[in-house]
Design a protein around this ligand. Structure first.
Ligand SMILES: Cc1cc2nc3c(=O)[nH]c(=O)nc-3n(C[C@H](O)[C@H](O)[C@H](O)COP(=O)(O)OP(=O)(O)OC[C@H]3O[C@@H](n4cnc5c(N)ncnc54)[C@H](O)[C@@H]3O)c2cc1C
Length: 299
């Protein structure tokens, strides 16, 4: 039996783990993929206080992992499949066994949204749904499309532009939804072009994308673009990983908490991108994790 179970080893979960052991708690983080979460997969980490210059997501995640292990946080790579949050003892069933604790912190973030368009499933991993940090070099001198217009999408487009011959950002809104710094850099990059008010409708190809169908939402015109061997990188929002928590009442799919990160259920805390909040960044995720662990330790 652990003192605290934490689901997810992104910034919120790792921060919670470090703070929990500092309060004398025996803490276990359950993580289905890798320590670092979403930020561990980005090209460059930006705006987080104290980060290294040009820090990659991979190096940031590696430092997070070292810090957690050195602090004495236990990490188990396991997929959480079912959770029981009511009652004094919380139960978490994973593909590696069942775990119990009096306190639990839900920090399992969000999953990137898929488009659900024709060709997406067939070409997933074969040119579609790529990860810029991992795959950008494979598109050196080639053409890529980035779907999305928020900070993450434009930042990854800027990174891709340092490899690809041509980068096209496809965004449904009339304006990019990113910070001014990224908008300015995208405008200054000679090989980035914008398709605003546009929507990717379908992708055609067998082993690689050959053609894209793109709708101009302003004119309702649909264009077919030939782009054999292109890469399509998807940064079009995210869906909270809350299907595990039917016992909680959600708001637009996210978990409501108070300022102490307490959910409506005693002994159950939520931290990071998975909870109802205004700003989803590493800075706010680690803050949530710290608060959740300190409050949980006092529970
Ligand atoms: C493209 C992009 C770029 C970004 N760049 C920046 C940036 O430069 N600076 C910044 O501050 N923010 C950035 N962000 C935002 C930042 O990544 C998030 O706010 C932050 O990662 C949230 O941390 P989290 O711990 O709440 O969730 P996550 O990082 O999503 O971590 C959740 C973890 O839970 C795990 N998990 C999920 N379900 C289960 C399950 N059933 N069982 C076990 N484990 C599970 C996941 O594998 C994951 O590791 C970016 C986001 C995107 C999409």
């Amino acid at each position: 039996m652990y003192d605290i179970l934490i689901i997810g080893a992104g910034p919120a979960g790792v921060s919670a783990g470090v703070y929990a052991v500092s309060r004398g708690m025996r803490a276990l983080i359950l993580e289905r993929e890798q320590v670092g979460g979403t930020i561990g997969k980005v090209s460059i980490v930006t705006h987080y206080t104290g980060q290294q210059p040009r820090e990659t997501g991979a190096s940031f995640a590696a430092r997070m992992k070292d810090q957690a292990l050195q602090a004495g946080v236990e990490i188990l790579y396991a997929d959480v499949e079912q959770v029981c949050l009511t009652g004094e003892i919380k139960t978490v069933a994973t593909n590696k066994g069942v775990f119990r604790a009096k306190r639990i912190i839900l920090a399992n973030g969000c999953t990137p949204r898929r488009l659900g368009i024709p060709g997406e499933a067939e070409l997933w991993g074969k040119g579609m749904g790529m990860n810029a940090a991992r795959d950008a070099a494979a598109y050196t001198g080639k053409e890529v499309f980035v779907v999305g217009g928020a900070d993450g999408a434009v930042k990854e487009a800027l990174y891709l532009a340092s490899f690809a011959r041509k980068v096209t950002l496809i965004h449904v809104e009339d304006q990019l939804g990113c910070i001014a710094e990224f908008r300015r850099k995208a405008a200054a990059a000679a090989n980035i072009s914008l398709r605003l008010g546009a929507q990717l409708m379908a992708i055609y190809g067998h082993d690689q994308p050959e053609r894209l169908k793109i709708a101009d939402l302003r004119t309702n015109r649909i264009e077919t673009v030939d782009a054999p061997g292109c890469g399509i990188f998807l940064y079009a929002g995210a869906v909270p990983n809350t299907a595990l928590y039917p016992e909680l009442t959600l708001e637009n799919g996210y978990i409501p908490t108070n300022e102490r990160m307490e959910t409506a259920l005693p002994g159950v805390y939520a931290a990071g991108d998975i909870r109802v909040k205004e700003v989803r960044q590493v800075a706010t995720a680690v803050a949530d994790g710290a608060i959740a662990a300190i409050r949980a330790a006092a529970y």
